[in-house]
Design a protein around this ligand. Structure first.
Ligand code: GLN
Length: 212
């Protein structure tokens, strides 16, 4: 954990400032870091194992999961990421970030961390033009969360240790599919919580650092 005081946000009473990294290889990591800073914590861009080592928690943003995966291989981040996550570092993976955390996809193989015991279906709701917003009921949140889905995946299969916090119906009638899941300190969403002013999922991530 970093120091409780910083020149930027001063000293917070009753809470410790934590340093939240955002994997900054591709995708909308800047939007996530803006949320972190709005909540009074330090946000850092993570592109190297050394930057990862000083983060108390990590956000893996939305974007393009194949690009994030390939760049993580090139930057030699795959093993350091796995190690920190398996050792309990809290993580929030959103959209492509969720895909990168997962054990597999229903499609062709791509670099994945395999730390979250789910199989995802990429682009499950259709193409870019089928992007949509919905008010979701999420376990643990008192009121619905506005969720922005952009070429979003859903979860096709969950492992035994994975808790489903929210699900949505397949628009073509194929039943309901998880879109928010938690496994230990890994929280993953199919949508983009950084694109609304509702920061409750980012707060959940920060709380799991403070609980450690
Ligand atoms: N469709 C992208 C993928 O499969 C994810 C889209 C997103 O992160 N908004 O990687």
């Amino acid at each position: 954990m970093s120091t409780p005081c910083s020149p930027k946000s001063g000293c917070r009473i009753g809470a410790t400032e934590v340093r939240i990294g955002a994997l900054a290889l591709q995708g909308d990591f800047r939007e996530h870091l803006a949320v972190v800073e709005r909540l009074g914590h330090e946000g850092i861009e993570v592109r190297t194992p050394d930057e990862l080592a000083v983060a108390d928690a990590l956000i893996i943003p939305g974007g393009e999961s194949t690009a994030i995966g390939r760049l993580a291989v090139i930057y030699e981040l795959v093993e350091p990421l796995r190690r920190r996550i398996v050792n309990g570092m809290p993580v929030l993976g959103t959209c492509a970030g969720m895909i990168f955390l997962a054990a597999g996809t229903t499609g062709a193989a791509q670099p994945q961390l395999g730390v979250l015991d789910v199989i995802v279906e990429r682009n499950a709701f259709g193409r870019q033009v089928d992007s949509f917003e919905a008010d979701l009921r999420v376990v643990g949140l008192d009121r619905p969360l506005r969720a922005v889905f952009i070429r979003a995946p859903w979860i096709e299969k969950v492992g035994g240790d994975v808790e489903v916090l929210a699900a949505v119906d397949d628009p073509s009638g194929g039943g309901s599919h998880p879109v928010v899941v938690r496994q230990d300190r890994i929280l993953a969403t199919s949508f983009h919580p950084e694109l609304t002013s509702d920061d409750r999922l980012h707060r959940m991530l920060i709380e799991s650092v403070e609980e450690r």
